[in-house]
Ligand binder design. Structure first.
Ligand code: 5GP
Ligand code: ZN
Length: 113
């Protein structure tokens, strides 16, 4: 399967890693939309939220634990940040390997849509 984030996790495409454990990989977004813009992804390929189910949903809770830890380390836990996952065309998903954007370091726009 040709998946850019699987290649990043394997190391065949370089990335600026900020965190890694047995289940999760986190790295700086190549086109940052905020001073802090990290992508947190499960190592196991899941295409989008549409593929989350009872068998694989444990990693989602773990990703939120990692998000809280990284927000503290990156200095935005108190100032505030957003964790968001785009699903499908209308949401603007461009990479079909589930990922959570961790955004902060400035006052983010408040529009939800
Ligand atoms: P989406 O639009 O699917 O929610 O987010 C995909 C994100 O992946 C975008 O913010 C984009 O900048 C980022 N991205 C795409 N390709 C690469 C890459 O090769 N390296 C890194 N670090 N980020 C990427
Ligand atoms: Zn993948």
């Amino acid at each position: 399967m040709d998946c850019i984030f699987c290649s990043i996790i394997k190391g065949s495409i370089p990335s600026q890693k900020v965190y890694e454990d047995e289940a999760v990989y986190a790295f700086k977004d190549i086109n940052p939309m905020a001073p802090v813009h990290v992508l947190i992804v499960p190592k196991k390929h899941i295409a989008s939220i549409n593929e989350v189910n009872a068998d694989n949903s444990g990693v989602i809770a773990h990703i939120y634990e990692v998000a809280a830890k990284l927000a503290a380390e990156l200095g935005v836990a108190e100032s505030g940040y957003r964790v968001v996952s785009n699903c499908g065309a209308d949401a603007g998903q461009t990479v079909f390997h589930l990922h959570f954007h961790l955004l902060g370091g400035k006052a983010l726009r408040t529009e939800m849509c």
